[in-house]
Design a protein around this ligand. Structure first.
Ligand SMILES: [Zn+2]
Ligand SMILES: [Zn+2]
Ligand SMILES: [Zn+2]
Ligand SMILES: [Zn+2]
Ligand SMILES: [Zn+2]
Length: 347
């Protein structure tokens, strides 16, 4: 009788070490649970983009201690993830991981999160500037050595003195700048005055001619301080011939106005168009700029040679003096009132 052994077969995993030998009828059943059958990692891990297979008997060990996809916790901090995440990415960033100080001579190992502060303000091997850097000391040394250098008073005293003399120079320059600026401010104030004046229709100016009798006998020509004809900032001066001029010479008081030049000349309309009313007590004359060239420094001046006869003026002064006598004072000043009007409709 032939032996039944001819029907026996070996497991397909024989090469991986399975020693199972059985009859054909049960082979399929065996392979389904054979410890040597290759199975896919339950974490679906891959190596070089290929799915990892392990023998069924090794699966538990792989998943617990080899699989890169297994759950893992950083041993320095509480960060959780897969083994691969923690060891490849997180490990290079973990702020709690001890790392050596980057200064080559320093032997300290400290948490990565403290390294910046340590190097910046503690490490004896960091090269730092002398604390007198701002007054010109060029010295840079390791922190442990710079303290000895900083105690050298001689070097630093000399540097301080240099710095003080430099600062003196700077102060002088600043003073110069300040005085230049005040000049500019003054100019601006004039312009602002003019701009404010633009809202006014008419400008009044009071001009006093003191010591009239004396001026009259001296044949004096009185010239006022320049004034601005706001609204638009023409500059003028007022001229009085105390014993007359031209047709009025020796008989009348002569009054004129003269336009003066200004730095902002180009911003004004030329020729100037307007009226200047000149008043002395009840006497008034209107100086009309409509027909004149009216340019700055223009000659002849605009005005009248026969404003008020000197005889009328003397009667007036005598009556004023009479009233002043009661006031215990003698008024010998001519108080002129000027009103300047610009004619806006003419351009
Ligand atoms: Zn087997
Ligand atoms: Zn795996
Ligand atoms: Zn960590
Ligand atoms: Zn250090
Ligand atoms: Zn120094």
């Amino acid at each position: 009788m032939r032996d039944i052994k001819v029907l026996e077969v070996r497991c397909a995993n024989t090469t991986r070490g399975c020693e199972w030998i059985e009859c054909v009828g049960t082979l399929e059943e065996h392979v389904a649970k054979c410890e040597y059958t290759l199975v896919e990692c339950t974490n679906k891990c891959t190596v070089k983009a290929k799915t990892v297979f392990v023998m069924r008997k090794d699966l538990e060990h792989h998943v617990q201690s080899e699989c890169p996809n297994r759950a893992y916790k950083c041993k320095y901090c509480t960060e959780e993830g897969t083994y691969a995440n923690i060891m490849e990415d997180h490990d290079n960033l973990c702020l709690k991981k001890p790392v050596p100080c980057p200064n080559t001579d320093c032997t300290l190992t400290l948490e990565r999160g403290r390294v910046v502060e340590h190097v910046a303000s503690e490490c004896e091997h960091t090269v730092v500037a002398c604390k007198y850097h701002s007054i010109g000391c060029p010295e840079w040394k390791k922190r442990k050595d710079i303290r000895i250098h900083e105690e050298d008073d001689k070097i630093h005293l000399r540097l301080s003195l240099n710095k003080v003399s430099q600062l003196d120079g700077t102060v002088a320059q600043l003073n110069h700048t300040v005085s230049q600026l005040s000049g500019a401010v003054e100019q601006l104030q004039v312009v602002v005055k003019q701009l404010i004046g633009r809202t006014e229709k008419e400008v009044s100016v009071s001009i006093d001619v003191p010591d009239f009798r004396e001026r009259r006998s001296a044949n004096d020509m009185f010239q006022s301080e320049p004034f601005f004809t706001i609204p638009s900032g023409y500059k003028m001066k007022f001229i009085v011939y105390c014993s007359g001029h031209g047709d009025g010479e020796g008989t009348h008081l002569s009054v004129y106005t003269q336009l003066l030049d200004v730095p902002y000349h180009d911003h004004l309309q030329w020729p100037f168009r307007g009226n200047v009313s000149v008043k002395l007590w009840e006497y008034e004359t209107i100086i009309n700029y409509h027909s004149s060239e009216a340019k700055p420094g223009g000659d002849p001046w605009e005005g009248t040679s026969c404003f008020l006869s000197l005889s009328s003026l003397h009667i007036k002064l005598a009556s004023v003096a009479m009233r002043s006598w009661y006031d215990k004072r003698l008024d010998d000043t001519l108080h002129f009132k000027l009103a300047i009007q610009e004619n806006e409709e003419i351009h």
